[in-house]
Design a binder for this molecule. Structure first.
Ligand SMILES: Nc1ncnc2c1ncn2[C@@H]1O[C@H](COP(=O)(O)OP(=O)(O)O)[C@@H](O)[C@H]1O
Ligand SMILES: Cc1ncc(C[n+]2csc(CCOP(=O)(O)OP(=O)(O)O)c2C)c(N)n1
Ligand SMILES: [Mg+2]
Length: 317
């Protein structure tokens, strides 16, 4: 049976999100969306493409693919301390499959509702499966990568290593007993750290979300801020799931370089440390910003000795 055509796909699976939300003057259906920015703050915009078998298994549950695609984009808004407003979806499909589309749009629109962001447009094309989402938010107190200063504390928002330890389970290459569901959640449903970003907005000097790996993404803060970082690996909150799935040693490697966790890494100047502590957040101090002395970079230590992971963070090329 022939699946729905391009315009039926848009009408039946995505235009249902048309209910006008804040600032949407024209949503799905015209050549552009027309949007009214909030009176205060700056607009924050970011785009991430997820490619089948590169970012998610092609045969994954479509609702989970959609959830992950929107969540990783929301994570970029969190990294800048921006409140989600609107998003667009560019969907490339190898074929038109109504059952797949129904599940995909359900996962997408449920996630959108959960995080208070509205779908305002997109593009639907035929080709190898990929999902591109562009998000827009607004920020009154943006957190940038270039705001780290010598002496700042370096923090992570929560456990790292879970999603990359979960990958072999998700791909069906490793057996998992009772951890299977937790592994699926870690990989497909990363938690965008929007509330945490709002809480630290006035205290943090810089932030980045951890997509490629903790040390690699902290390296982006160092480069942008022209500083270096000392990271004490024994302070890194290694995910218990990563420990169970990968064992102690490999879990530390995955926590340092695995990526896909979408926790935030951020820096806080000393004058704000006591205010940060008073917030009572479940975060971990993992190191200190130090002078670049030539090349900005991240140095990691374990029990006082230099420690290097056996691989670097994720790079496409
Ligand atoms: N093809 C491109 N054209 C223009 N800017 C790009 C392109 N690819 C990435 N960038 C920009 O380079 C920076 C780093 O990109 P990336 O590592 O993908 O960021 P993130 O990890 O936050 O998604 C971002 O500011 C992004 O917008
Ligand atoms: C099937 C599959 N294989 C491997 C990975 C691991 N992986 C792929 S891309 C990536 C890094 C994050 O993606 P990227 O496109 O670099 O996002 P950005 O840093 O631009 O936000 C990781 C850890 C995965 N998520 N899924
Ligand atoms: Mg990347």
């Amino acid at each position: 049976m022939r699946g729905p055509g391009e315009f039926e796909i848009i009408r039946d699976f995505f235009a249902g999100a048309k209910k006008l939300s804040e600032g949407v003057v024209v949503g799905i259906g015209d050549d552009c969306a027309l949007l009214k920015p909030p009176a205060q703050g700056l607009l924050a915009t970011s785009v991430d493409t997820l490619v089948a078998d590169r970012h998610f298994p092609a045969d994954a549950d479509p609702a989970a693919i959609a959830a992950r695609a929107l969540r990783v984009n929301l994570s970029d808004l969190a990294a800048m301390n921006a409140k989600p407003l609107w998003f667009t979806l560019a969907l490339t499909l190898p074929e038109s499959d109504a059952d797949w589309l129904r599940e995909f749009s359900r996962g997408l629109l449920e996630t959108a509702e959960l995080f208070g962001i509205s779908l305002v447009g997109g593009d639907t094309t035929r080709g190898p499966l990929s999902v591109t989402i562009q998000v827009t938010g607004s920020s009154k107190l943006p957190l940038r990568r270039d705001g780290a200063r010598v002496g700042d504390g370096i923090y992570v928002s929560g456990p790292v290593g879970a999603a990359s330890a979960a990958l072999p389970v998700v791909l069906g290459q490793a057996a998992a007993g009772h951890e299977r569901e937790e592994a699926r959640r870690a990989y497909y449903f990363p938690e965008p750290q929007l509330a945490l970003a709002a809480a630290i907005g006035e205290l943090a000097g810089s932030a980045v979300d951890i997509s490629d790996g903790l040390l690699a993404d902290l390296g982006h803060i160092c480069n942008a801020s022209r500083v270096s970082a000392d990271v004490h690996m024994e302070s890194v909150p290694v995910s218990p799931l990563a420990r169970q799935l990968a064992g102690e040693n490999r879990a530390l490697e995955l926590a340092a370089t695995g990526g896909d966790d979408y926790q935030l890494c951020f820096t806080v100047p000393e004058k704000h440390w006591s205010a940060l502590e008073k917030l009572g957040l479940d975060i971990a101090r993992i190191g200190t910003i130090v002078p670049a002395e030539g090349n900005p970079g991240v140095r990691s230590w374990l029990d006082g000795k230099p420690w290097s992971p056996t691989r670097s963070g994720y790079q496409h090329f």
